[in-house]
Design a protein around this ligand. Structure first.
Ligand code: SAM
Length: 223
């Protein structure tokens, strides 16, 4: 059974304090490439100076710095998350860096109204936690401006894994609120359904995916 939104919020309220340090510890001890993958996801977003980026399920704001390097002081980040305690950590990060152009929104992504004509939307390790992910992806596709782009990075279960391996993996993933329904959640298929231009690749030997959906820019006139 997937966790309810209340259970997810409760879990991440408990995790918030140690979220960043545990990601760092997993990197140091097990050589996790999670932070590298987040960087790849932000690079795939290809945000331009001055653009606004929505970071859905932004958590403690691990993506903010790299996004801001791209959009500069004239751009903006809107971080949306369900869990107040994760957003408090994000707010601390914003204060620490004295960023003036990051706005935090405490909301369920399923109810979040994207600003119309938004150029970029990203979500890392969040979309599979959202039961209504297909509707969220469809809404992002409708809100994106021509030339706009959505990037999703998240975990999945490799199709050819034996049951025992899935069980071990799900024990690890439970800490982050993921349950066996992860097997049924296929956001990359939603990206393919709702975006005229799309591509997906696997990372971590099929344990993660990175999907990019694009709204093509208007055709250039011949002048
Ligand atoms: C694994 S963390 C990922 C945080 C961040 N994106 C990162 O890569 O470090 C998952 C986040 O998803 C958020 N989340 C889960 N369900 C959500 C929903 N329905 N709407 C918005 N945020 C949600 C949680 O509160 C948590 O902060």
């Amino acid at each position: 059974m997937p966790l309810s939104k209340e259970e997810i919020e409760e879990l991440y309220s408990r995790e918030a304090k140690r979220y960043d340090s545990s990601i760092d510890a997993v990197r140091k001890i097990f050589g996790s490439r999670y932070l590298e993958h987040l960087a790849t996801a932000v690079d795939e977003l290809a945000a331009e100076p001055g653009e606004t980026v929505v970071d859905l399920a932004c958590g403690t704001g691990l993506n903010f710095e790299r996004i801001l390097e791209r959009v500069g002081e004239g751009g903006r980040v809107i971080g949306v998350d369900l869990t107040a305690a994760m957003l408090e950590k994000a707010a601390e990060r914003i204060l620490r860096h004295d960023w003036k152009n990051v706005e935090l929104v405490h909301a369920d992504a399923a109810a979040f109204e994207f600003p119309p004509g938004i150029p970029r939307v990203i979500s890392t390790a969040g979309i599979t936690l959202i039961a209504e992910y297909d509707e969220v992806i469809a809404r992002a596709a409708r809100a994106l401006a021509p030339g706009g782009r959505l990037v999703l990075y998240d975990f999945k279960i490799p199709e050819d894994w034996p049951e025992w391996r899935i069980q071990v993996q799900m024990r690890i993933r439970a800490r982050f609120g993921q349950t066996r329904d992860l097997e049924e959640r296929r956001p990359w298929e939603s990206v393919a359904r709702h975006f005229p231009v799309h591509r997906t690749r696997e990372l971590y030997s099929g344990l993660a995916f990175l999907s990019v959906g694009e709204i093509p820019p208007p055709p250039q006139g011949r002048g």
